[in-house]
Design a protein around this ligand. Structure first.
Ligand code: ADP
Length: 323
């Protein structure tokens, strides 16, 4: 348990789609893979797992199909100690899945999604248990679940409004999925609208150009600070991150370098690991620079493994690293 936790509720709640991920056993086009490794995937669930491994009390709300993939995902999340009391397995509906390729040059791997019409995509604002949500200290939301369907967008808007109304903190990872949106213009408008309701906004530098028309970390931070964010952390890949804003009465404006990595195995999941590091540390009352350092260390671990979650550290590993 972390400082300031209350017995009444969870530390963090997140809503999102989990998918079964099949990772190819060798580099090359997906269709040439002969065997696949089975893993969990999903931006929000990656963050939930990252937070739970550090001892935070995390709730994940979602829908799965009543199929073997759904049962696999549910048991994996429960094994991580995550509160899955608000996850429904719905007969007749399907769990989303994806294939991920391997690369040998550190570039982004090919990903093929099979998530359209999934059980999670049919969630909507009516699925929010407001009292359960608002007893939590914090909401973590991302641009992925908002992009899944018009109903999940409505749900995302509503969860942010409820938590904001309840005076809780909110982190938002812009996490763009252009192929899920009708147009770039709609994506920009909706993501920036959601970000305007969050306290801590975590965009990537390339996303900043699309969302804010800004090329520099300072420009991206200024855009979201002007929209109402209290803290903006711009992710810069291997270079680390830039943070600007105010937290616990302290103003901050600084670059935090990345942790050197010998070999990049898979870039996917770095942003989620980073978010888990930043959010956990801020909720523990750590200073912003410590939080961003923890995020950068966790992001660096994530790029050195094949799946999205096996690099996420335990509390003991974090302490060993002095973070
Ligand atoms: P996203 O996945 O959201 O685009 P990034 O790729 O910027 O985010 O990764 C998130 C964080 O993970 C970065 O801010 C950085 O701290 C860390 N990170 C990512 N890639 C590397 C890398 N190749 N070497 C070291 N750290 C990395």
């Amino acid at each position: 348990m972390i400082p300031n936790s209350t017995d009444a509720g969870l530390d963090v709640v997140t809503f999102g789609e989990a998918m079964m991920m099949l990772v190819a056993d060798r580099p090359g086009p997906l269709e040439q893979a002969q065997a696949f490794h089975k893993r969990t995937a999903g931006a929000e669930t990656n963050v939930a797992i990252g937070l739970a491994r550090l001892g935070l009390r995390v709730g994940w709300a979602s829908r799965l199909g009543a199929d073997s993939m759904g049962r696999y995902l549910l048991s994996e999340m429960q094994r991580e100690g995550i509160d899955c009391s608000h996850v429904d397995c719905v007969p007749g509906q399907r769990t989303g899945m994806l294939f991920k390729g391997q690369v040998s040059d550190g570039s982004d791997p090919p990903i093929e999604y099979h998530r359209q019409g999934s059980a999670a995509s049919r969630m909507g604002a009516q699925d929010i248990d407001g009292p359960w949500l608002c007893r939590a200290r914090h909401l973590h939301a991302t641009g992925v679940f908002a992009a899944v369907s018009p109903d999940t967008l409505a749900l995302s808007r509503q969860t942010l409004a409820l938590m904001r109304g309840a005076g809780r903190t909110i982190s938002f990872d812009t996490n763009l999925r252009p192929s899920l949106w009708g147009s770039t213009e709609v994506m920009r408008r909706e993501i920036n609208q959601l970000a305007s309701q969050a306290d801590w906004v975590l965009p990537g530098i390339e996303e900043g150009l699309i969302l804010c028309g800004e090329r520099t970390p300072e420009g991206v931070a200024a855009f979201y600070l002007a929209q109402g964010a209290r803290l903006v952390v711009v992710k810069l890949g291997p270079e680390g991150a830039y943070c600007e804003g105010t937290h616990a009465g302290q103003a901050v404006k600084a670059y935090v370098p990345g942790f050197p990595v010998e070999q990049v195995v898979d870039t996917v999941g770095a942003g989620d690991a980073f978010a888990a590091g930043v959010v956990s540390a801020l909720l523990e009352g750590r200073a912003v620079l410590d939080a961003v350092r923890r995020g950068a260390w966790m992001g660096a671990r994530a790029v050195q493994v094949l799946g999205d979650t096996e690099g996420l550290p335990s509390r003991a590993q974090l302490q060993e690293a002095g973070l």
